[in-house]
Design a protein around this ligand. Structure first.
Ligand code: SF4
Ligand code: FES
Length: 379
C-alpha cells in the first residue's frame, strides 16, 4: 500500500499536547466495552522499544507534555519500565492506564524509580461475580483491589476508574463505598462511550434514563456525605453521550491537542479513528511533525470548512467542533455528518431510538460479546 498523501501547506494547527502511546492490543481481560478496534487481532505488529523511544522524542520535540501509556494492557510489555524512564528523561508527565493485572509491589517500585508520575486502575464492578463476568477472569477483581492499595502505599494518589453501563450502574453506591474503603483520592465514574466493542454491544450496555438519573442522584448524595466527613475523594461522573442533546468536543477538536500512536505505529487523532474509512500514516513512513501538520488525515476535520449543515452555520461550531467524527461514522456511515447526539442533527432520531430501546420495559440486561472470543454471553 502506498504512503498516504501529504499536503504541502502548513495549516493553522497548534502543537499536540497529549500523546497516547497504545503500547499493545494484548490484554488478559475481555471487557465487552473495550474501545480497541473489533479487528484488533489483525494488527499484530508492535513497535520496538527503540521505535517507541523515537516516537516519544519526536512528540516531545513537537511540544507534547503529557504521555499516557495504555493498550490493551500496557503492563504486558516488559520494556514498560524502560519506556517510562525515557519519558522522564525527555520531560513528559507520564500516566499509566491499567487494569492492574501484571502489576505487583516490585513492579510498582520499579515504575516509581523509573519516574512514572501517575497510575490509574480500572474497576469493573462492586462484587466478584459481576466483575468476573465482565472481565472474563475470576481473579481480576481481587487483584485490582490489592494493586490499588499497593499503588497508594507506594506514595501515588489512588485514582480509580469505573466504566459504567447497564450492568453495573445500579451498583454505583456500592462502587463508591468500595472506593472510599480503599482510600481512593479520585474516582472517575465514566459512562461507557460507544466505540469498538462497546458499539458492538451498545444495546446491552446503554443504561436507561431512570438508571442514569438514579446513579447521578446517588453520586450527589455521596459527595455530600464525603464533604460532611471532611473526606477528600473527588467523584467525577461522566454522562453517556446518548443521553445528551449536544455532542462532546471530542478530543478538544480533531488534530487539535491529541495524538494517539497505535501499537503498530499508526498515528491517529483519537483512539477510535482507525475504524474510519480513511488511511492514516505510520511512524515508519513520515516524522510525527509531518504527520501532525501536513497529513491529509490530520487536516481532514480541522477548522470548520468541512462541516455540513447544520454545523456550518451554527454558533456552537467552535465549541463542540460538530461532535465526534467516529461516532458520526459509526451511526450514519458518513464521517462528515453532524454527530447524531446533537438534537439539531437530521440523524438525531438514531440516538432517540437507542434511548427508547434502553428505556423500554421489555429490555433486560441484554447479551454482551466479550472482547476476545467474539462469542455471545448472556449474563
Ligand atoms: Fe454542534 Fe453542529 Fe449541533 Fe451546532 S449543529 S451544536 S455545531 S453539533
Ligand atoms: Fe474519534 Fe471522537 S473518538 S473523533
Amino acid at each position: 500500500m502506498s504512503a498516504p498523501r501529504m499536503t504541502p501547506r502548513e495549516p493553522a494547527a497548534g502543537a499536540p499536547l497529549w500523546l497516547l502511546a497504545e503500547l499493545t492490543y494484548r490484554c488478559p481481560l475481555q471487557c465487552p466495552y473495550c474501545s480497541n478496534p473489533l479487528d484488533f487481532a489483525a494488527h499484530r505488529g508492535e513497535l520496538s522499544t527503540d521505535e517507541w523511544f523515537e516516537v516519544m522524542r519526536q512528540a516531545r520535540a513537537l511540544g507534547a507534555v503529557q504521555l499516557g501509556f495504555s493498550g490493551g494492557e500496557p503492563l504486558v510489555r516488559d520494556d514498560l519500565e524502560a519506556l517510562v524512564a525515557e519519558a522522564r528523561r525527555l520531560g513528559f508527565y507520564s500516566n499509566l492506564i491499567t487494569s492492574g493485572l501484571g502489576l505487583d509491589e516490585a513492579r510498582i517500585e520499579a515504575l516509581r524509580e523509573a519516574g512514572l508520575d501517575h497510575i490509574q486502575i480500572s474497576l469493573q464492578a462492586a462484587d466478584d461475580d459481576l466483575a468476573a463476568a465482565l472481565a472474563g477472569s475470576r481473579r481480576a477483581h481481587a487483584k485490582k483491589l490489592a494493586m490499588a492499595r499497593a499503588v497508594k502505599a507506594a506514595g501515588y494518589p489512588m485514582v480509580l476508574n469505573v466504566v459504567l453501563h447497564r450492568h453495573n450502574i445500579d451498583q454505583i453506591g456500592r462502587l463508591i463505598a468500595l472506593c472510599d474503603e480503599l482510600g481512593a483520592d479520585a474516582v472517575e465514574l465514566a459512562n461507557c462511550q460507544h466505540y469498538g466493542w462497546a458499539q458492538l454491544n451498545r444495546a446491552g450496555l446503554l443504561p436507561s434514563r431512570e438508571q442514569l438519573e438514579a446513579a447521578e442522584a446517588t453520586t450527589a448524595r455521596w459527595r455530600e456525605r464525603l464533604a460532611e466527613r471532611g473526606r477528600d475523594m473527588r467523584l467525577l461522573f461522566v454522562v453517556p453521550d446518548y443521553h445528551e442533546d449536544r455532542p462532546k468536543a471530542c478530543m478538544g477538536g480533531w488534530g487539535s491537542i491529541f495524538m494517539t500512536v497505535a501499537p503498530d505505529g499508526t498515528v491517529l487523532p483519537c483512539h477510535s479513528a482507525r475504524d474510519l474509512p480513511m488511511r492514516f500514516p505510520r511512524v515508519h513512513e513520515h516524522s510525527l511533525e509531518t504527520i501532525w501538520y501536513q497529513s491529509a488525515a490530520f487536516n481532514r476535520f480541522r477548522g470548520d470548512a468541512w462541516m455540513p449543515a447544520p454545523c456550518r452555520d451554527c454558533d456552537e461550531r467552535h465549541q463542540d467542533h460538530g461532535g465526534c467524527r467516529c461516532q458520526a461514522y459509526l451511526l450514519t456511515g458518513d464521517p462528515t455528518a453532524t454527530d447524531p447526539v446533537c438534537d439539531l442533527s437530521p440523524d438525531h432520531h438514531l440516538i432517540e431510538a437507542a434511548r427508547a430501546e434502553a428505556d423500554g420495559d421489555a429490555r433486560g440486561l441484554g447479551e454482551l460479546v466479550s472482547r476476545n472470543a467474539r462469542e455471545s454471553r448472556v449474563f
